[in-house]
Design a protein around this ligand. Structure first.
Ligand code: AMP
Ligand code: MG
Length: 329
């Protein structure tokens, strides 16, 4: 078991934050809560430390990492900020919005996967902010799960995936957003959405008065979107897709459900037993609980999980992306 320290999320204990910061400065890995999901952090200026993230997660080396900062000015040391980047930082930082910008010299290629750009974000979780401020370094941090698994939204999920491949877990409770950050490419004339996430596109458009373009063939622009990801250990099926009713019927009584509607909107009574149905009152709660619901159901004895396909608006866009990629076989 890794060392786990319970930290007060609203008033993080200084000695715990210092322990995490000292480990990061020494090139070790520290998992910490952010408002999106738990991050697996390493000193973003130390290529060897960043390399440990890839081995701990089993992450493909061509998938670049996001650098995290405790203040917008600090991102300036890693990325070349444009007027538009500053405006977005003013509007949305701290928060679940990641910006891809031209990289400055001195950022190790392990962070950028050798690209000429770098992704930067300032999270809003008080424990993340305290740790970043105390460390005084850019911290590279992907989600703290084994590559391909559902992202962790609590400390127990981190411990179960990474074991002692992580040197310390700061346990600050459950992540409030529950899905990863929105990733915007700002390197060209238009804002391009590389990954939908916790910051809805509609909100970015409304507050900037500019359009966000969807990356057609985003697969080439953002390496991470190429991979199957977020997948539970049992198959995940989208309710309403072709053939799903038949597959689900064959596992009557052993089918898990996640969604806002009742499973009986899609399936006959008895297909999904009550104890396997996890329901959410709205899309925000669906996003908050999605990954932990996948982990709960895969451990429950369910043979299949069926999920409701939400509307493509607001946080629903991120939910669709995660469900789609988790369900690819
Ligand atoms: P993760 O840290 O696993 O949540 O993933 C970070 C996401 O940001 C992945 O989809 C990466 O491909 C993407 N990303 C990070 N850096 C860059 C970059 N320089 N250019 C494009 N996408 C990036
Ligand atoms: Mg991830």
């Amino acid at each position: 078991m890794p060392r786990i320290l319970k930290v007060d999320p609203w008033n993080p204990e200084e000695e715990f934050i210092e322990e995490g910061a000292a480990l990061l400065r020494a090139g070790r890995l520290v998992a910490f809560p952010t408002e999106t999901v738990y991050g697996l952090g390493a000193n973003g200026l130390d290529g060897r430390a960043v390399g440990r993230i890839f081995s701990a997660k089993g992450r493909p080396g061509d998938n670049p990492l996001i650098l995290h900062f405790s203040a917008p000015e600090e991102a300036e040391g890693a990325a070349i900020l444009t007027e538009r980047a500053r405006c977005l930082m003013d509007l949305f930082w701290p928060g679940p919005l990641t910006l891809v910008l031209p990289v400055r010299e001195g950022i190790p290629p392990e962070v950028t996967a050798g690209l000429s750009t770098v992704a930067v974000r300032m999270p809003s979780h008080p424990v993340a902010l305290a740790l970043l401020a105390r460390t005084g370094l850019p911290v590279a941090a992907p989600s703290a799960n084994s590559s391909g698994r559902p992202s962790p939204t609590d400390a127990a999920s981190v411990a179960s995936d990474l074991g002692d491949r992580v040197d310390l877990i700061l346990d600050g409770g459950s992540s409030s957003v529950g899905v990863e950050s929105t990733v915007l490419d700002l390197t060209g004339p238009d804002m391009i959405l590389l990954r939908p996430g916790g910051c809805p596109v509609e909100e970015i458009e409304a507050r900037t008065g500019e359009r966000v373009l969807l990356a057609g063939g985003s697969t080439n622009r953002s390496p991470g979107t190429r991979y199957r990801h977020y997948a539970p250990l049992v198959p995940l099926l989208i309710a309403g897709d072709e053939g799903v009713r038949e597959r689900v019927s064959a596992h009557r009584g052993r089918v898990g459900w996640i969604g806002m509607a009742s499973p009986e909107t899609f399936f006959a009574p008895g297909i999904v037993p009550d104890e396997y149905a996890i329901r959410f009152s709205n899309p925000e709660n669906y996003a908050r609980g999605l990954f932990s619901a996948l982990r709960t159901l895969e451990a429950s004895g369910a043979r299949l999980i069926a999920a409701e396909w939400p509307e493509e608006k607001g946080i629903g866009r991120a939910l669709r992306d995660r469900l789609y990629r988790a369900s690819r076989e």
